[in-house]
Design a protein around this ligand. Structure first.
Ligand SMILES: NC(=O)c1ccc[n+]([C@@H]2O[C@H](COP(=O)([O-])OP(=O)(O)OC[C@H]3O[C@@H](n4cnc5c(N)ncnc54)[C@H](OP(=O)(O)O)[C@@H]3O)[C@@H](O)[C@H]2O)c1
Length: 246
């Protein structure tokens, strides 16, 4: 387990799924953690309560990722609360699936806004409050490398954007010893992609390991990248996908 005591973290979309697991893991590693949420205030409060019960510190900040002013203000609020942001995890994301001929412009805008534009905004505001040696971790997707079914073109586009943004950011921030990496999960059992959902059979047929991933497994990779042992990893997209892209 990485020792993150004294570190301040911000996780976007921490009320449910992978983000909630990341909040809990970073807090149990000793970091103070702020996280954003939008539609799930009760679940956000549950995450805060669980962290506090385990002896950690977490605060929840309402910020819709489609509202760039709200995202910027959430980062500023976290920086004010902790005095800095050492670790930013850009996790909030949505997956809108539809054939290209039917894909609405509104869904395209929403996908870009949550999955890409809010990552730019949170990152820009966070680096203004990030000491040297900080960590930026995006949650991309294995679908940036392999999109083996129809209807996922826009989702793949957004996650592909994170992979190349990661490379450019690593160059911008390397002189400050800030690392920037992109975790690319495969199917992970959450509300977004339930292991018992209509897609499950298709997903399982595409995996080398014949099971869905657990949110805790993604959180473990975040913990490693946020910790001192990962200080020489930057600009990387790292698959944790049960062999989906193999
Ligand atoms: N599950 C998978 O198989 C899988 C695979 C590869 C990559 N990923 C990526 O992993 C990340 C997390 O996915 P997940 O599976 O944990 O999804 P999830 O279970 O649907 O949870 C999504 C989280 O993001 C937040 N969020 C969504 N829209 C938001 C918005 N407009 N503003 C603020 N927060 C918002 C949600 O908060 P509220 O409910 O409070 O709005 C929630 O905390 C996403 O980037 C996703 O693309 C997931």
């Amino acid at each position: 387990m990485a020792n993150l005591s004294g570190r301040a973290a911000l996780v976007t979309g921490g009320s449910r799924g992978i983000g909630a697991a990341i909040v809990k893991r970073l807090a149990s590693d000793g970091a103070q953690v702020a996280f954003t949420y939008s539609a799930s205030p009760d679940q956000a409060q549950q995450v805060v309560d669980q962290v506090q019960k385990a002896g950690g510190k977490a605060i929840a900040i309402k910020a819709d990722a489609t509202d760039q002013a709200a995202v910027r203000s959430a980062v500023q609020q976290a920086a004010k609360e902790f005095g800095k942001i050492d670790i930013l995890v850009n996790n909030a994301g949505i997956a809108v699936l539809a054939p290209i001929a039917d894909f609405s412009e509104a869904d395209f805008e929403r996908s870009l806004s949550v999955n890409v534009r809010s990552v730019f905004t949170a990152t820009q505001e966070a680096v203004r409050n990030m000491p040297d040696g900080g960590r930026i971790i995006h949650i991309g997707s294995t679908n940036a490398e392999r999109m083996p079914f129809a209807g996922g073109s826009v989702y793949a586009l957004t996650k592909g954007a994170l992979a190349s943004f990661t490379q450019g950011l690593a160059r911008d921030l390397g002189s400050r010893s800030i690392t920037v990496n992109n975790i690319q999960p495969g199917p992970v059992d959450t509300d977004l992609n339930p292991a018992s959902g209509p897609f499950a059979e298709t997903m399982l047929s595409l995996l080398a390991l014949k099971r869905y991933g657990h949110a805790d497994e993604i959180a473990g990779m975040v913990s490693y990248l946020a910790g001192p042992e990962a200080g020489y990893i930057t600009g990387a997209s790292l698959l944790i996908d049960g062999g989906f892209a193999a």
